[in-house]
Design a binder for this molecule. Sequence first.
Ligand code: HEC
Length: 178
Amino acid sequence: MASRNDLTDDSFIELTGVRWLEASMKKMVSSRAQRGTFTLFALAAALSCWAGAVPAQSVAGDAIAASLTGAPGDAARGRAIVANRQVGLCLLCHTAPIAEECFQGNLAPSLAGAGSRWSEGQLRLRIVDAARLNADTIMPPYYRTDGLQRVARSFSGKTVLTAGQIEDVVAYLASLKD
Ligand code: HEC
C-alpha cells in the first residue's frame, strides 16, 4: 500500500491534473449541453411556423425530382453543412464518414453509402420533410414552414436550411457511394 511519503511530486501533479481535467470536462459538458439545448431550441423555433415551402405537386412518390434552386448543389459545401453543429446538426442523430468530427449520433441510420441507397430526388424529400415518409420521425423537416409549433418570432416563416443549402446537402449525400 502506498504511504503518504510515496506520493511524489509527479503523482501529486497527476492527481491535480486529473482533478483539473475532470473540472474542465464538467465545464465542457455543461457548455456543450447548453449549446446543444440552444441549437435544438433554435431548430425547434425555426421549424414552427406556417407557410409550406415546397409545393405539394413537386413531390412524386417518395421523391422530389427537381432541384429546389433549378441548379445542382455543391458537395463540398454540403459536407460542411452536415458536419456543422449550428447549421445542419445532422450528426446529432446520424453518423457520416466525416472523420474529423469525433462525436456523432446513433439515433439514426449512418449516412455512409446514402448515395447508393437513394436517388437525388429521394434524398431531397428526406431532407426537405422526412415526416412525409414517416409521420412519427424525429428527423426535423429542413425545408418546411407549415404545421410547426412554438416558433420564435425571429424564425417565423424561415426554413432551417435555404433551398441552396438543401441542394448542397443532396449533392454531398449523393456522392457517398458504398
Ligand atoms: C433529430 C434526429 C435527426 C437529425 C438532426 C437528422 N436526422 Fe436524418 N434521420 C433521422 C432518423 C431517425 C432517420 C430514419 C428514418 C426516420 O425515422 O424518418 C433519418 C433518416 C435520414 C435519411 C435516410 C437514411 C437512410 O439511409 O435510410 C437521410 C438521407 C437523412 N436522414 C439525412 C439527414 C441529414 C442530411 C440531416 C441534416 C441536414 C439529418 N438527416 C438530420 C434522424 C435525424
